[in-house]
Design a binder for this molecule. Structure first.
Ligand code: C2E
Ligand code: MG
Ligand code: MG
Length: 733
């Protein structure tokens, strides 16, 4: 403002001086300048008029022009005297003009007289020219004087104008700078004001409780969220100290004693809620700041996840690793206890008659029943666990004598339940007791499983307690497994081929490959060692060898006469489930040179019943490759035909157990008939296994069965015999 005032005063004064100077210039200097120039012209004109008069002697014309200029000269002189005062050039000009007038008068008189003296007239004219030439410089001097005055005035005005412009520009710039600085300062002020406002409002607006304590742990501040939280847990407002952890001093002490620590975080429960507390020591303010966060829902999720990790969500029973932990704990205490494994009897039949959904529901109900018994039975100190899809485990902290009464209690409770209208649930139990049957979890589990296996195979017994005889079987199996490893590395196996016959064309339509193993000069049944190879993880290596060898042999046997014959290779579920199985098949076909249509893979229902996406993908890819697929031992597993629709299966192999007594057993006949009819509906080829007699063959043929395999047509043959068999059969036809 001061600057503006100052600048205005300067501009006002300068403006005034410009105005005054401009006025003087316009009203005085410029007219004087014009007057002088006019005077100069008038004098020259007068001289001209005189010369013309001399030449023409026309007084009238001379007088009118001369008089005008003379009056103008006199007026000019008067004005100039007023303007300049008695300055020398003006005085000289006046004097010259006076002389000029006098000479003029004499000249006029002479010319106008009747006896004009012409030489005098010429003298006069000369005299006049001299005088005029003396006047003109004086007038010029006066003109210059005026000019110099005008230019001085001009300079002054221009300087003054510059001054005004400078001040105006300076003022404008100064105003801009001042306004900019003010704006910046204002903005910074507003920002800092908002920041401090926000800071001061932060705890107030914080949705979580914020509490400040003084050095004596007295609450000095608590925000509205603290009151809300207090109300949530049933207290009244303003009692923020109730939100503090009981052991808060412990954390305060830790912070105060460690100079690198100024805050700590811990969790605790308040009423039915959990909070996370962050405590800060503000040394400069000698104050504790406490921030609480309600973490109840997070804790609940964590609890739920922890529960799910250790418990089966269907039944609420603990899972397998909880069982392992419990066994370790009990064995450390050295008290005797019994370890039981429980499964539903004939689970496969349950699945095939009622479907997987119902079967799973039954398993769940059994689990819930066990859970109920665990919580309500105080007699046996029983614990139950879910250890697999369809299996449970029991731990009884007692000796094995307790087992029969325990089983009776469980069975009678299960009998009372109405799980499924069509199915009477029966359980199989296998027990191994500590320390008699094993000192560690693994051993107890294996032995209990062996006992369960025995129980499942015997119809009369629902439970089996492990005994040394079972142990001997286990030992034998262990030895067999060791020998199997050796046999694989030494390639002690042979492949036998069992021809398959078409009942329509009476042609050999293929052969099933069956592995043979001579151990110490004794044949071991594949039914015995294949399951062992599977459980010992040896089946993949063995299976690869079988597949490769079978395809190589088939390539050489299936010459022109057997172009469409298939070599049927048994594939173990473990082998099939390998991610590289498809690549293996591709490789084998490539290296052996066997056409895909000549290879048939025999898989069991178990492979596809659970419809794992990988299984489905592999089956689809195999079909795309051109390989044939057969379901082996059909009728013994889940026998659910609905899944056959989903998969592009080529053939069903009716299990030999239905063929064995088909001539006499009506039930078997009706099962086989149904399988054949269903197979037809799905456009599947049907082959009967284990056909030993003509009567069986006739019956199957009348039922519409397509093919047979069995001792009646041929036993499984060693390679050389098989080759001969093919050649001979070809010749006979
Ligand atoms: P499978 O695949 O159902 O094989 C048919 C079984 O029935 C063979 O027993 C065969 O010798 C036998 N058999 C054939 N015709 C008759 C007959 O007329 N009467 C009777 N009583 N039996 C007959 P084997 O060779 O002892 O094989 C038993 C099982 O071992 C096979 O059942 C199959 O599951 C498995 N197995 C055999 N060889 C292999 C193999 O190379 N790989 C795999 N993964 N498993 C194999
Ligand atoms: Mg087979
Ligand atoms: Mg079979």
């Amino acid at each position: 403002m001061l600057l503006g005032l100052l600048t205005s005063v300067v501009i006002y004064h300068t403006g005034n001086s410009i105005a005054a100077k401009t006025q003087g210039l316009i009203t005085q200097k410029l007219p004087t300048y014009d007057l002088l120039r006019q005077l100069n012209n008038d004098v020259i004109e007068q001289e001209r008029f005189l010369y013309e008069f001399y030449a023409t002697e026309d007084f009238a014309q001379f007088n009118s022009g001369y008089k005008k200029t003379k009056t103008s000269v006199q007026l000019a002189l008067a004005k100039l005297t007023e303007e300049f005062g008695p300055i020398p050039p003006l005085r000289s000009a006046e004097k010259g003009l006076f002389e000029f007038d006098q000479t003029t008068d004499a000249f006029i008189d002479n010319i106008s007289s009747p006896a004009t003296n012409w030489s005098l007239a010429r003298e006069h004219l000369q005299q006049l020219s001299v005088t005029r030439s003396e006047i003109t410089p004086q007038i010029q001097t006066l003109i210059r004087l005026t000019q110099s005055d005008v230019s001085t005035e001009q300079k002054d005005i221009s300087l003054a104008l510059d001054k005004v412009s400078f001040f105006v520009v300076f003022y404008a710039l100064a105003t801009m700078v001042v306004v900019y600085s003010i704006m910046r300062a204002w903005k910074a002020y507003i920002a800092s004001a908002a920041h401090s406002e926000r800071l001061s409002l932060f705890p107030k607006r914080n949705p979580n409780p914020v509490i400040s304590l003084d050095v004596n742990n007295q609450v000095t501040f608590s925000n509205p969220a603290s009151d809300k939280f207090l109300e949530k847990i049933g207290h009244t407002k303003g009692q923020a100290h109730l939100l503090l952890a009981n052991n808060i001093k412990h954390y305060q002490q830790a912070i105060l004693t460690d100079e690198n620590l100024d805050s700590m975080m811990f969790e605790y429960a308040i009423a039915d809620r959990f909070v996370q507390c962050e405590i800060h020591w503000l040394n400069d303010q000698q104050q504790w700041d406490i921030h609480l966060t309600d973490i109840t829902s997070r804790k609940q999720v964590e609890k739920e996840l922890k529960y799910r990790a250790s418990h089966d969500p269907d039944t609420g029973l603990k899972k397998r690793h909880e069982l392992q932990k419990a066994v370790v704990e009990l064995s450390v205490e050295k008290n005797s206890f019994c370890f039981g494994v429980v499964e539903i009897r004939s689970y496969g039949q349950l699945v095939s008659t009622n479907g997987l959904t119902t079967a799973s529901e039954v398993v769940k109900q059994v689990g819930l029943s066990l859970q109920y018994l665990v919580t309500h039975d105080t007699q046996h100190s029983l614990e139950a666990y879910r250890i697999g899809e369809k299996s449970f485990a029991l731990l009884v902290s007692d000796s094995h004598e307790i087992i029969p009464s325990l089983i009776q209690d469980i069975d009678s409770y299960i009998d009372e339940q109405d799980f499924s209208h069509q199915y009477q649930v029966k359980l199989d139990y296998g027990f191994a007791c500590y320390p008699m049957h094993g000192g560690e979890y693994a051993e107890l589990h294996i032995n209990a499983m062996a006992a369960l296996d025995r129980s499942a195979r015997t119809n009369d017994k629902s439970f089996v307690v492990f005994d040394p005889e079972l142990g001997a079987k286990l030992a034998y199996q262990q030895q067999l497994t060791v020998d199997l490893v050796k046999a694989i590395s030494l390639q002690e196996f042979e492949l036998y081929f069992q021809p398959q016959l078409s009942l329509h064309t009476r042609q050999i339509i293929g052969a099933e490959v069956l592995i043979r193993w001579q151990r110490n000069g004794q044949w071991v049944s594949p039914a015995e060692f294949i399951p062992l190879a599977e459980s010992a993880g040896l089946i993949v290596e063995l299976g690869d060898w079988i597949l490769q060898t079978a395809c190589e042999k088939a390539r050489s046997y299936f010459s022109d006469s057997y172009q469409n014959a298939v070599v049927a290779v048994n594939i173990s579920p473990l082998q099939f489930g390998r991610p590289d199985f498809l690549d293996k098949v591709r490789d084998v076909l490539k290296t052996s040179g066997l056409a895909p249509k000549n290879l048939e893979l025999e898989i069991t229902e178990g492979v596809i019943i659970y419809n794992e996406q990988e299984t489905i993908d592999t089956l689809v890819a195999l079909k795309e490759l051109g390989v044939k697929l057969a379901i082996d031992d059909f009728g013994t597993g889940y026998s659910s035909l609905s899944y056959l629709k989903k998969f592009d299966i080529d053939k069903l192999k009716i299990d030999q157990s239905f063929i064995r007594s088909i001539q006499i057993d009506r039930a078997d006949q009706s099962i086989v008939r149904t399988i054949i009819e269903l197979g037809r509906n799905f456009e599947l080829q049907l082959i009967a296994e284990g056909v030993e007699e003509q009567s069986q063959l006739n019956l199957l043929k009348s039922m519409g069965c397509d093919e047979i395999q069995g001792y009646f047509f041929s036993r499984p043959l060693p390679e050389a015999d098989f080759e001969q068999f093919l050649a001979k059969y070809d010749q006979q036809r």
